[in-house]
Write a protein that binds this ligand. Structure first.
Ligand SMILES: C[C@H](O)[C@H](O)[C@H]1CNC2=NC(N)=NC(=O)C2=N1
Length: 101
């Protein structure tokens, strides 16, 4: 997987395919709302497993019934790369199973 910084247009084109995700202070960001604190915590554990699989890690924030992610690629100088979008797509795929929206 290339870890070249993506251009602004490449980022915008990819974000158009990821409703709910945005570029926030140079990081891909998304917040999910869930039905309970325990459900939110379970989603955090699931995301952590995916992050370990991808060897790519976001800043994860657990709230009362929310999960927020913020991610960029450290090894690319803190820029947004395809690895960040790969993680975002995997989280989008697992979110419905947790009742997250
Ligand atoms: C040594 C290990 O492979 C690297 O530190 C991985 C771990 N997780 C990572 N996560 C993110 N977001 N960016 C990285 O460059 C990165 N690198």
């Amino acid at each position: 997987m290339p870890v070249e910084p993506l251009s602004q247009k490449e980022i915008e084109d990819r974000l158009a395919e990821l409703p709910g995700w945005s570029l926030d202070e140079g990081r891909l960001a998304r917040s999910y709302r869930l039905g309970s604190h325990v459900a939110a915590t379970a989603m955090v554990v699931h995301i952590a497993q995916v992050q370990e699989e991808l060897n790519h890690h976001s800043d994860l924030t657990l709230g009362y019934n929310t999960v927020a992610l913020s991610v960029h690629t450290h090894s690319a100088g803190g820029t947004v790369t395809e690895k960040d979008f790969e993680l975002a797509r995997r989280v989008e795929d697992l979110a419905p199973g947790h009742g997250a929206h």
